[in-house]
Every structure is written in structure tokens, then in C-alpha cells.
Design a protein around this ligand. Structure first.
Ligand code: MG
Length: 251
């Protein structure tokens, strides 16, 4: 009993000092000003160029930072003279050679000006964070489809807040903030999250990633660490092009 009283006394004393620390408002401005740690300096890129600390995955000069997802050989997509690359039909997805966890991503994409087919078969590609979680790329202009699979959806998980595409054949930008899920002993203990800005418009606002983004079935949560960025060959001659791809690591 004596020991219990002693313990309770200590707890009460600590709680009291905590409350006092919270209640006593500083009277000098310096008391609420921090000088450390100093954030690193980053030089922003001019006219759409990457910031100084970005890892450039594609600048239009080569496909050297990418491999085929089919057999890990050289990426087979088409390198164009205008600084872009285009999906080469039925050569398979491509993967960045470098693996990433949480990242800020900038990527630009364009569906072909000459329209072919409808629905999910018009200018379909996709950007898979961690190689697993797809942000949809689709030519949605005058082309309806299921809304949780439309352009800028987290495929079959989150409908975008807006449809913000530029006219077909023009360049779109996606800026994303991806926080990877966390796993312990083979189980997910914290979901990943995604924020997506499409042509300057917020379309995914820190949404929870429920798991993988399959065409058929529910999301799955296989444990994983870092993984590649994956770009989709939808296999129907989508002719989607990409350019100016860079990331900043967040972990
Ligand atoms: Mg897709």
C-alpha cells in the first residue's frame, strides 16, 4: 500500500509538471523560435527542370535507367527525338533500375492525338509506385469509364477528386507524394498513402493505399521493402508517351 501511494504520488507530480509546462505561455518571442536542425538547401529547377537534389530517371537522352519488367533486359520502349519515350506495344512494362521507398515523383505523360478505341482501351498506361500501386493514366476526354478506374484514380481504390486532363495529345503532369506502407513480421502495420496533383489540381488528397491494384479481385498486401517505379504497357497499342521523370527520396 505504501509503495502504491508512493507510485501514485510520483505519477501525480509528473502529471502536474506536464500540465504546468503546457499552461505557462511564453512571454518572449524567442521562446517559440527554433534554429536547428537547419533544412538542406535545394535549388528549384527553372521552367520545369528538376530540383537540385532530384534523381533523374528520364531526361529524354536514353532509357539507361530502365529495364524490361518481362525479363530484366534493356527497356524496349521507343526513344523519341523530342525528349520523350513511347510505350512499344506488347514489349511489357518497364521498371526503374533503382528501387525507392517513399518518394516525391514528377512525371509527364501524353496520350496520342489520334484517338483509337474507347473506355479503358484508349490511351491506357499507368504509374506503379513501389512497382505495385497504380495511378491510372488514361485518355478520358469524352471517354467515360468506371470512375475508380478513370484518369488519376488509384486504380479501383480511389476515384480522383476531379478530372483535370489537358486536351488529348497535349502533355499532362503528375506530381505525387508517396509514403510507403510499413510491415512487421509479414503483416502490414501501417498503410501507404498517396497524394496526386494532376496539372496543378489536387486529385488524390493523402489517400490510404488499401493494397495492390489488380484488375480482378481485392487489394493484396504482400510485405515489401523498396521497389522500382513501374510504367505500364497496357498491351493494346496505347502509344502513351512519357517525359521528364524525376524523384526525390523521402526516407
Ligand atoms: Mg492502366
Amino acid at each position: 500500500m505504501k509503495r502504491l501511494k508512493y507510485t501514485l504520488g510520483i505519477v501525480a507530480m509528473l502529471a502536474g509538471s506536464f500540465i504546468n509546462a503546457q499552461e505557462v505561455e511564453p512571454t518572449k518571442p524567442e521562446a517559440t523560435e527554433l534554429y536547428k536542425p537547419v533544412p538542406p538547401k535545394v535549388t528549384p529547377g527553372a521552367n520545369g527542370a528538376p530540383p537540385s537534389d532530384a534523381i533523374v530517371l528520364f531526361d529524354g537522352t536514353s532509357l539507361d535507367n530502365w529495364i524490361s519488367a518481362v525479363d530484366s533486359t534493356d527497356a524496349k520502349w521507343i526513344l523519341n527525338k523530342d525528349g520523350s519515350m513511347t510505350v512499344k506495344d506488347r514489349t511489357g512494362d518497364i521498371l526503374s533500375k533503382q528501387n525507392f521507398g517513399s518518394i516525391q515523383l514528377h512525371i509527364e505523360w501524353r496520350s496520342p492525338a489520334e484517338v483509337q478505341r474507347d473506355g479503358q482501351n484508349r490511351g491506357n498506361s499507368g504509374i506503379f509506385l513501389n512497382g505495385l500501386y497504380e495511378v491510372q493514366v488514361l485518355d478520358n476526354n469524352d471517354n467515360d469509364t468506371y470512375v475508380n478506374g478513370q484518369v488519376a484514380s488509384i486504380y479501383k481504390q480511389h476515384t480522383p477528386l476531379a478530372m483535370a486532363s489537358v486536351p488529348t495529345g497535349e502533355w499532362n503532369t503528375y506530381d505525387m507524394i508517396y509514403h510507403a506502407p510499413e510491415f512487421e513480421k509479414g503483416q502490414k502495420v501501417k498503410s501507404g498513402t498517396l497524394t496526386v496533383i494532376h496539372n496543378g489540381v489536387l486529385v488524390q488528397d493523402h489517400v490510404e493505399i488499401k493494397g495492390t491494384t489488380p484488375y480482378i479481385g481485392w487489394p493484396k498486401n504482400p510485405p515489401h521493402g523498396k521497389g522500382p517505379l513501374r510504367l505500364q504497357d497496357h498491351g493494346d497499342n496505347s502509344r502513351v508517351s512519357y517525359r521528364n521523370i524525376w524523384v526525390r527520396e523521402l526516407d
